[in-house]
Write a protein that binds this ligand. Structure first.
Ligand SMILES: [Zn+2]
Length: 270
């Protein structure tokens, strides 16, 4: 079994346009082209799952402005738990009704939320973020955080490994999922600050960027029971990424933890 814990889909009407904008951002910031692997409508994701033997995908929407929150969470609730898709909810950390929104997400049966400190331009250890992490922990909601650099946004980085350790003064950390193996392209600092903490990592958009040696070392030292397979589809190919992780020179039990066992527990799948 394979569960992809980090994917994105966009409503049919805006998928094409949104992907274009994001690809342009990559070109601007990186100085070279980066392309989506699929078109990223819900149907495209389902086709990719079928073609690449992905059993379940978790969709992670991002509210880049407070006004987007209601429609994002309505869409999330609509697709959650159908056709092997799960969806998290989202909100903007600065919105006044954040507490109500989180309670609504819990009531709707979603397993958690996604925050993107870069797109939302907010530091992970700011009071606005910490109050959300605390409330999520209280409600039993997971929080997926984009962590480290974003390929399409200029620094400063709003969720660095060091900043992320500050939130551990307020929450336990075992309900936090730091995407991109703790911080995209900042894995030395992940090893310095985050490895060994209760924070969960995902592998989204990471395995083809990190040195193999460092990847294996982080898995070993952090523990495979705290790492989730993820691709960041449409930005990474689900099949190639799963194949790469399945072929890692680590114990089969560690591969199984990463590819599906940890995710199964979080999603309450039998
Ligand atoms: Zn992502």
């Amino acid at each position: 079994m394979v569960i992809d814990f980090h994917t994105h889909v966009f409503p049919d009407k805006i998928a094409e346009r949104t992907i274009k904008i994001l690809e342009n951002n990559i070109l601007k910031v990186q100085g070279k082209e980066g392309h989506a692997v699929i078109r990223a409508t819900l149907d495209d994701l389902k086709v990719s799952m079928r073609e690449n033997s992905i059993d379940y995908s978790v969709v992670l929407p991002i509210a880049t402005a407070p006004r987007q929150t209601p429609s994002i969470n309505r869409f999330a609730a609509e697709i959650n738990g159908r056709d092997n898709i799960f969806s998290f909810g989202s909100l903007h950390p600065s919105q006044d009704d954040w507490e109500e929104v989180l309670e609504g997400i819990k009531e709707a049966g979603l397993m958690g939320i996604k925050l993107h400190p870069e797109y939302q331009q907010i530091y992970v250890d700011s009071p606005e973020c910490i109050r959300i992490l605390k409330k999520c922990e209280e409600l039993g909601l997971y929080t997926v955080l984009h962590a480290g650099n974003d390929i399409g946004i200029e620094p400063p980085v709003h969720c660095s490994p060091e900043r992320l350790t500050h939130v551990l003064e307020y929450v336990k950390g075992d309900m936090i999922i730091a995407a991109h193996l703790g911080a995209w392209k900042d894995w030395d600092n992940v090893e310095k600050y985050l490895v060994g903490t209760p924070i969960i990592f995902d592998t989204a958009f990471t395995v083809f960027f990190i040195e193999l040696e460092q990847l294996i070392r982080i898995i070993k030292n952090h523990g495979s029971e705290k790492i989730l397979f993820a691709t960041d589809s449409p930005w990474e190919h689900q099949g190639k990424s799963a194949e790469f992780v399945a072929g890692l020179p680590i114990d089969k039990s560690d591969v199984d933890n990463i590819l599906y066992k940890n995710a199964k527990k979080i999603l309450n799948l039998r």
